[in-house]
Design a protein around this ligand. Structure first.
Ligand code: ADP
Length: 485
């Protein structure tokens, strides 16, 4: 397997650096690629280049930047099948789920290309005569993009595309286990004619490369998605440096789906199973708590288990598979340890809860069964902590008020769902759920790129939204101009 490069200004293969292997989580015998473990100096160089490139790129007309973004979309469209396959090989999710990321990336490119062409400000009436006051938006400079492995293509895309569209330059550190699809994305930008140095890709450790991307004085803003723990670390580091830069932190979730007494049971079960076990539960938007009315417990649970049994686990490349492996050994160990925690806390393991072994398809990958715990109470760790795997906690409630209290009882506040036919109940839920996104009769997973996204409480620092028109706000600042005549 050949050694792959990075993008520090241009494509380079740093032969004097150590290379590490990327393996397929469905079959760890298979090496997908090798990437360099860059050092702090390499990240520094990438930041310097991004800073130099900003001078010209920020002056490029929006219509020209849009032209390039449309072209990137076309390039990715022409490589869609190949990119989806690479994503599956590297991260493990099913090919349709990978294709969903590819398509979303294409949509994001075209959306921001259109939006940026219309770049707008305000004209404000002055208190003086013969005066025009206007506001315009300017790019910030060099943006650090630090991303996780679970949506290794579309999530970085929803940061990088609006950053570049608005005239910023980027240094991107993907998660260590998913650099291959990151490489493919950056390559598509350059193949479409992006000028050198506008988008830089650096692979390596969080402690060296990640740290440089957070602490370097030439960084003008940081956009990060990852765990709450890492979000706190980054926030602290920036605080210690006493620099007034924008930091966007999108962190975890402990999302609940509530079935109301007035809701369609079959729909609730379907949405919950899809959102809990689809993507192997490795989504910030996954449903990890299912709240059901106490007196409907047995009926709902029976249906939940029946539906869960139908999930086909296997290699994401195989047709008909619903749920791939966990993405890494670290995740695999973590999920199995949470299953043990659930048991020891007294929750009832009613489905799954094991690694899958015993055949050629499973013996070399990080496969576990979809897992359901019943009798979970809000004080249990499996009800509070983000597990990030296919583990669902079933909880019961008596009144909608109680259900909403349970929904709001964790330190997270990303997404909450309700299944109901009662519009007043839905309205109350929308108002009282302390989250950034509410879903009514819809799965918690699945976001649309033209819609603002972001959590509250421990799910993010809640200063700016991602995606939608709102993303432009993070990547630009407002300048007010007074003109007398
Ligand atoms: P994940 O489980 O998704 O890897 P993390 O929050 O640990 O979640 O990591 C998300 C991203 O942040 C990864 O690219 C990781 O390398 C990077 N990262 C982790 N710790 C730090 C840190 N202290 N400073 C900068 N980047 C970090």
């Amino acid at each position: 397997m050949s050694e792959r490069g990075v993008f520090i200004g241009r494509h380079v293969v740093p032969r004097d650096r150590e290379f590490y292997e990327i393996r397929n989580p469905a079959d760890t015998r298979q090496v997908i690629a090798k990437f360099p473990r860059l050092r702090r100096d390499d990240a520094r160089e990438a930041i310097n280049i991004a800073k130099d490139s900003f001078v010209k790129w920020s002056k490029t007309l929006p219509v020209e930047r849009a032209r390039i973004l449309y072209k990137v979309a076309d390039v990715i469209e022409s490589r869609a099948d190949e990119m989806a396959k690479t994503l599956t090989l590297e991260e493990g999710k099913t090919v349709p789920d990978s294709m969903f990321e590819v398509v979303r990336t294409i949509n994001l490119l075209r959306f921001y290309a259109g939006l940026i062409t219309r770049g707008e400000g305000k004209v404000i009436q002055s208190q003086d005569k013969n005066t025009i006051i206007m506001t315009t938006r300017e790019p910030l400079g060099v943006i650090s993009v630090i991303t996780p492995w679970n949506f290794p293509l579309s999530l970085p895309a929803w940061k990088i595309i609006p950053a570049i569209a608005t005239g910023n330059t980027v240094v991107w550190k993907p998660a260590s286990i998913t650099p291959t699809i990151a490489y493919e994305l950056v390559k598509a930008f350059y193949d479409a004619g992006l000028p050198e140095g506008v988008l830089n890709l650096v692979t390596g450790s969080a402690s060296e490369v990640g740290d440089e991307l957070v602490t370097n004085k030439d960084i003008d803003a940081i956009t990060f998605t990852g765990s709450l723990q890492t979000g706190k670390e980054i926030n602290e580091k920036v605080g210690r440096l006493n620099r007034f830069i924008r930091v966007q932190l999108e962190l975890g979730g402990k999302n609940a789906m509530v079935l109301s007494r007035n809701g369609d049971v079959n729909l609730a079960v379907e949405l919950t199973v899809r959102s809990a076990f689809g993507l192997t539960g490795q989504a910030c938007t996954a449903t990890s708590r299912f709240l059901i009315p106490e007196d409907m417990h047995d009926e709902v649970l029976g249906k939940l288990v029946e539906r869960t049994k139908k999930i086909v686990v296997g290699n994401g490349l195989r047709n008909g598979v619903d749920m791939g492996p966990l993405a890494s050994k670290e995740q695999y160990d973590k999920i199995l340890s949470y299953i043990e925690i659930g048991k020891s806390e007294g929750a009832k393991l009613i489905y799954g809860g094991q690694p899958i072994r015993g055949s050629e398809e499973f013996d070399h990958g990080y496969f576990v069964t979809p897992t359901i715990f019943d009798g979970v109470t809000p004080d249990m760790r499996i009800a509070k902590e983000e597990i990030f795997g296919p583990v669902l906690a079933v909880m019961t409630y008596r009144t909608l008020d109680e259900a909403i209290d349970i929904v709001n009882s964790t330190e997270y506040g990303l997404i909450a769902g309700i299944v109901t036919r009662d519009i007043s109940e839905a309205a109350k839920f929308i108002e009282d759920a302390k989250v950034g996104v509410v879903k009514v009769n819809k799965p918690t997973i699945g976001l649309e790129p033209w819609v603002p996204y972001g959590g509250v409480k421990g799910s993010g620092n809640d200063m700016y939204k991602e995606m939608g028109e709102e993303a432009i706000e993070f990547f630009t600042r407002i300048k007010a101009t007074y003109i007398g005549y």
